[in-house]
Write a protein that binds this ligand. Structure first.
Ligand SMILES: Nc1nc2c(ncn2[C@@H]2O[C@H](COP(=O)(O)OP(=O)(O)OP(=O)(O)O)[C@@H](O)[C@H]2O)c(=O)[nH]1
Ligand SMILES: [Zn+2]
Length: 192
């Protein structure tokens, strides 16, 4: 999605110069000279979700007589842990049961991107995706499962590489029916 607004590049550049000084490095040395600019441009990209509403991706739908589960699984994503400003990354699995209205399947991945590209925690990322689909499409149910590795737990701190956090958000039929939820989970996890 094209965005007009974005983060304050000059302010990020100045902050990165300060940060480099504060960690005891020399921001004027060759290798670091362009680093403030690079980080400012990178933040514009990885935090672009702060500058638009991911729900907009779901506005263009179409009427289809399909009232069974639709799933997009293994959607890779990268987000930033808001506690440590380190990445967490993994896969999202998104399903819904249309009530007469469906969206282009790429839009589910775009919603994941829109909420991932912000300072985040995984629980909130999971529920924001579910809420957006529930609110805009008003389907009979929505299911979101996210599995991710947090670099704040692997490269620092407790240092447990390979551990993965799993979160889920279930709405409507997925919350109310064991059978529907089990079907979703077996479709998502059954064929790795
Ligand atoms: N629930 C949840 N916790 C997260 C997420 N990302 C990071 N955390 C946790 O946030 C917590 C922050 O805890 P603090 O004790 O304030 O920070 P810390 O001293 O750096 O913690 P340690 O990581 O245990 O060293 C840690 O337990 C992280 O593992 C997330 O997406 N969801
Ligand atoms: Zn963290």
């Amino acid at each position: 999605m094209t965005t007009t607004a974005g983060p304050d590049q000059a302010r990020i550049r100045a902050a990165v110069v300060e940060l480099l000084k504060a960690i005891g490095d020399d921001p004027t040395r060759d290798g670091l000279a362009d680093t403030p600019r690079r980080i400012a441009e990178m933040y514009a990209e990885i935090f672009e979700g702060l500058f638009y509403d991911p729900r907009e991706h779901l506005r263009v739908g179409f009427e289809v007589a399909h009232d069974e589960m639709v799933i997009l699984r293994n959607i890779p994503f990268y987000s930033m842990c808001e506690h440590h400003f380190l990445p967490f990354h993994g896969e999202a699995h998104v399903g819904y049961i249309p009530d007469g209205r469906v969206v282009g399947i790429s839009k589910l991945a775009r919603v994941v991107e829109g909420y991932a590209r912000r300072p985040q925690i995984q629980e909130q990322l999971t529920s924001q995706i579910a809420e957006a689909i529930q609110d805009v499409l008003q389907p009979d149910g929505v299911a979101v499962v996210i599995e991710a590795e947090h670099l704040c737990m692997t490269m620092r701190g407790i240092k447990k590489p390979g551990s993965r956090m799993v979160t889920s958000a279930m709405r409507g039929d997925f919350k109310n029916s064991h059978v529907t939820r089990a079907e979703f989970l077996s479709l998502v996890h059954g064929h790795h």
